[in-house]
Design a protein around this ligand. Structure first.
Ligand SMILES: [Fe+2]
Length: 379
């Protein structure tokens, strides 16, 4: 069996969300005061949501995605909705290599590893052993499943706990690979097999890490008047993806990754999970430190790049979901630009490795978003 590193050398091809402005309530109270309203917005009023946020009203709305949502539900329910990594596990199906049962000391974050680039591969292989640290990888490791598995194995060997959510590059497909949603499920299985967390988990008492699935739509563009107009970059973005008719509709181009059904599907996967009976009570999350992450960008002001790429950057509905969960800090990736901002009392950070040609990539040990509070000295 090749070592993880040798595999790398195989060549292969303002938010619309925060509308609950009840006076006198904290941000978390505002969120929890209207979860049903938000859930209805995501689940029950898709047509109106797409009219505002989806961006491409000429695309027929798909009605058959339930088959894929059922598949996700079946996959997700193989395990509890949240793992308790800081407690000794009684679940013999988890391959976490005996690491569970110990609280983490730090939560580090990175994204956009793009390990096909030799310099990035070297950065990965040079990462130190961090047996007490948790690492969040917010998507875009590579397209090859073989390299993805090798990266998972390397990261799991270096860090205490590793969390991950797929980016757009993972969902590119090649002939014979099936569609991008099939590949999404294959990636989740590989993560499970390697002990990489793609489900929420407590990593220390009262501290949780929560992955969110996502895609982009035109919502970061803001204005509904010109959403049909796309730049050439937007038209050709992620043409290597292949989407099933159940997600994008039978009349649509299966390689059009701006079809609003795609972002809708991934948000719905999050909702399926959030509606599980064993999802923690709002009161438990409200008193916790909840660290969420997604590959795509949840708010327009967090995208600092070219306006001609704004429609392929994120989804403002993500901001609704992360606030429903009670996030205090959200990690994202995709734009490869360092961000550390507080918007409406939630901190948003990006610490992408990015392409070697990018300016400002986070190339040292990933930064942390949470450190274990120093314990008082025993006298
Ligand atoms: Fe990306």
């Amino acid at each position: 069996m090749p070592s993880p590193s040798s595999v790398f050398f195989i060549d292969e091809a303002s938010s619309e969300s925060n509308k609950n402005n009840s006076a006198g309530l904290s941000p978390k109270e505002k969120v929890y005061s209207a979860p049903r309203e938000i859930a209805n917005k995501v689940h029950g009023e898709e047509a109106s949501r797409r009219g505002v946020l989806g961006g491409n009203s000429s695309v027929p709305l798909p009605h058959d995605k339930a088959i894929y949502l059922s598949r996700f539900e079946e996959w997700d329910e193989r395990r509890p909705s949240w793992q308790y990594l800081n407690q000794a596990s009684t679940d013999t199906s988890t391959p976490y290599k005996g690491k569970e049962g110990k609280a983490t000391a730090k939560v580090l974050f990175t994204s956009d590893l793009h390990i096909d680039a030799p310099k990035n591969r070297q950065w990965l292989e040079d990462l130190p052993y961090c047996p007490d640290e948790t690492l969040i990888v917010a998507g875009d490791i590579c397209t090859s499943l073989k390299k993805l598995r090798a990266t998972f194995e390397l990261l799991v060997a270096r860090f205490q706990y590793v969390f991950y959510t797929p980016g757009n590059h993972e969902l590119w497909t090649y002939a014979g690979q099936g569609n991008s949603i099939d590949k999404f499920f294959e990636i989740l299985d590989i993560a499970d097999e390697c002990g990489v967390h793609v489900r929420p988990a407590w990593v220390s008492p009262g501290v949780a890490v929560v992955p969110l699935f996502s895609w982009y739509n035109s919502s970061l563009f803001g204005s509904s008047a010109a959403v049909e107009l796309r730049s050439s970059q937007e038209q050709n973005f992620d043409r290597m993806c292949s989407w099933p008719v159940e997600i994008v509709g039978s009349q649509s181009d299966p390689h059009d990754s701006l079809n609003p059904g795609i972002a809708s599907f991934f948000l719905d996967c999050n909702m399926v999970r959030m509606q599980r009976n064993d999802w923690p009570a709002a009161s438990e999350l409200e008193s916790a430190t909840v660290l969420t992450f997604s590959h795509f960008i949840p708010r327009p002001e967090l995208f600092k790049g070219l306006p001609s790429l704004r429609k392929v950057m994120g989804d403002t509905e993500l901001d609704v979901q992360l606030r429903m969960i009670g996030s205090c800090t959200h990690v994202f990736g995709h734009s490869h630009m360092a961000v550390d901002e507080i918007c409406e009392e939630v901190r948003y950070v990006q610490g992408a490795l990015g392409h070697p040609r990018d300016l400002g990539g986070c190339r040292g040990l990933p930064n942390s978003i949470w450190n274990c509070p120093k314990q008082p000295d025993v006298v």
